[in-house]
Design a protein around this ligand. Structure first.
Ligand SMILES: *[C@@H]1O[C@H](CO)[C@@H](O)[C@H](O)[C@H]1NC(C)=O
Ligand SMILES: *[C@@H]1O[C@H](CO)[C@@H](O)[C@H](O)[C@H]1NC(C)=O
Ligand SMILES: *[C@@H]1O[C@H](CO)[C@@H](O)[C@H](O)[C@H]1NC(C)=O
Ligand SMILES: *[C@@H]1O[C@H](CO)[C@@H](O)[C@H](O)[C@H]1NC(C)=O
Length: 435
């Protein structure tokens, strides 16, 4: 009975209401790949510059990324002059952004893309450029006058007490401009590592997304560390994700140097289950076709963008055998299930799982391989599911309920209640009350 009540639970009632990020934002951001490259002599094609942004904007459109949903293009740190102007305004680097940000914003918009930029709620940005503190209103006005659609507000050189008022105040100033600006707060990422538990109720009321944890680096080790942290802390994070407000495990590494093809598929699958923002940070001009195929996988993007907006969970974590299962419930009453192997030995062993292991109701399914390697197959209510997972790899399937006849599945709600196996502690259907 208790479980039945939980299924009908209440969800987050107060959230930032700017009409944006109803599904996790998708786009491209400079940081992971380009960091703070400012030397355009040594790195002419890679330095943070209007040339890089325009070139990438062109490719987002020409290469099909925009069409697949990647509609934001963002500049992270290192775009400014080291000093503000005489009147206290932020000034883009004069050599690297000779046309100015307003013109760059226009260019980005002319391509049908949206314009993202970085600032920091502190005395300085992480890389030492002028921070927002003491200039809040000026900076909001300046950024909005450039046509900015997305602001990532970092948290270097700021104290927890200052962030507590600073992030909400900055958001209110953005709201008052009347321009809907997607607001990404790095706020909790500066609390969690110091074991200060963020109040995610307040953060979700004020921000569209928020970085919770460490910066991602271009390696499997970093990716796995982030996956483990999000899995280990999911009980207190997942309830706060939903339309308009998302946890952010950081940028996609797909297309860079550090991940194998299998490992890149792991990230895309787990980010889809986590309802994570999909922010590419790679050189689109050097994107290998097999990585591009991962980024443009329509079925996986559809999982990430599912309108229900329910963050999935790591429902199975067998450290001994290096196996994890990540499951997300979708709006059409199906389940996206990622089977991850963190083994580093060479055999893609065959492994079997029950419905209970996957935390999906014990019923019949049609099983669709989202990476399109296997034919669709059927899974009966009393059968186990067997698959082979490559070392440091993933198999990612959609489990679509099917009945003896289609009639059995007309009413998704009734269907769920009728078929949920109440012995499997189905956390995926439990909605935690957050007010
Ligand atoms: C500002 O906030 C109000 C109240 O939450 C909301 O209705 C409005 O859409 C917001 N406007 C912008 C531009 O974000
Ligand atoms: C920035 O301003 C400081 C004084 O506020 C000055 O000492 C410094 O030389 C200026 N730097 C540049 C690059 O103009
Ligand atoms: C978080 O903030 C909300 C709203 O201000 C408050 O009601 C709640 O008690 C806070 N939670 C914790 C754990 O401090
Ligand atoms: C899950 O497994 C990883 C290693 O694969 C381990 O580091 C972590 O502690 C496990 N978490 C829980 C909650 O068991």
């Amino acid at each position: 009975m208790l479980r039945l009540l939980l299924i009908c639970g209440v969800s987050l009632t107060q959230a930032l209401d700017n009409g944006l990020a109803l599904t996790p934002p998708m786009g491209w951001l400079t940081w992971q790949r380009y960091r703070c490259l400012t030397d355009c002599t040594t790195y002419p094609d890679e330095c943070i510059s209007e040339k890089l942004i325009k070139r990438t904007a062109d490719m987002l459109v020409d290469e099909g990324y925009l069409e697949a949903g990647y509609d934001y293009i963002g500049i992270d740190d290192c775009w400014m002059e080291k000093n503000r102007s005489a009147s206290g305004k932020l000034v883009p680097d004069r050599e690297r952004f000779p046309s100015g940000m307003k013109m760059l914003g226009k260019y980005v918009h002319s391509k049908g893309l949206k314009f993202g930029i970085y600032q920091d709620y502190g005395t300085k940005t992480c890389a030492g450029y002028p921070g927002v503190m003491g200039h809040e209103q000026t900076d909001v006005d300046t950024l909005v006058s450039w046509g900015v659609d997305y602001i990532k507000l970092d948290g270097c050189y700021s104290k927890p007490e200052e962030m507590k008022t600073g992030y909400p105040d900055f958001g209110r100033m953005l709201n008052k401009t009347g321009r809907p600006v997607l607001y990404s707060c790095s706020w909790p990422a500066y609390l969690e590592p110091d074991s200060i538990l963020p109040n995610y109720t307040v953060i979700a009321e004020n921000c569209n997304l928020w970085r919770n944890w460490d910066d991602i680096e271009d390696s499997w080790q970093s990716l796995l560390g982030i996956m483990n942290w999000f899995g280990d802390n999911q009980e207190r994070l997942a309830p706060f994700a939903g339309p308009g407000h998302w946890n952010d495990p950081d940028m996609l590494l797909v297309g860079n140097y550090g991940l194998s093809l299998d490992q890149a598929r792991v990230q895309m699958a787990v980010w889809a289950v986590l309802a994570a923002p999909l922010l590419i940070s790679a050189d689109l001009a050097r994107m290998r076709p097999e990585f591009k195929e991962i980024l443009l996988n329509r079925d996986i993007i559809a999982v990430n963008q599912d309108p229900l907006g329910k963050q999935g969970l790591r429902v199975y974590n067998d450290s001994k055998h290096h196996r994890q299962i990540w499951t997300r419930k979708l709006s059409d009453n199906s389940y996206a299930v990622a089977f991850v192997s963190t083994r580093v030995d060479g055999v893609p062993y065959a492994v079997s799982f029950s419905h209970g292991d996957m935390k999906i109701p014990a019923q019949n399914y049609r099983v669709q391989d989202l990476y399109n390697e296997e034919e669709d197959r059927k899974l009966g209510a009393d059968e186990t599911f067997t698959t082979r997972i490559n070392p440091t790899g993933v198999k990612f399937f959609k489990f679509i309920p099917v009945g003896q006849s289609e009639e059995d599945f007309k009413d998704p709600e009734e269907h769920t209640l009728k078929n949920v196996n109440f012995n499997t502690d189905n956390d995926l259907d439990k909605t935690v009350v957050v007010v």
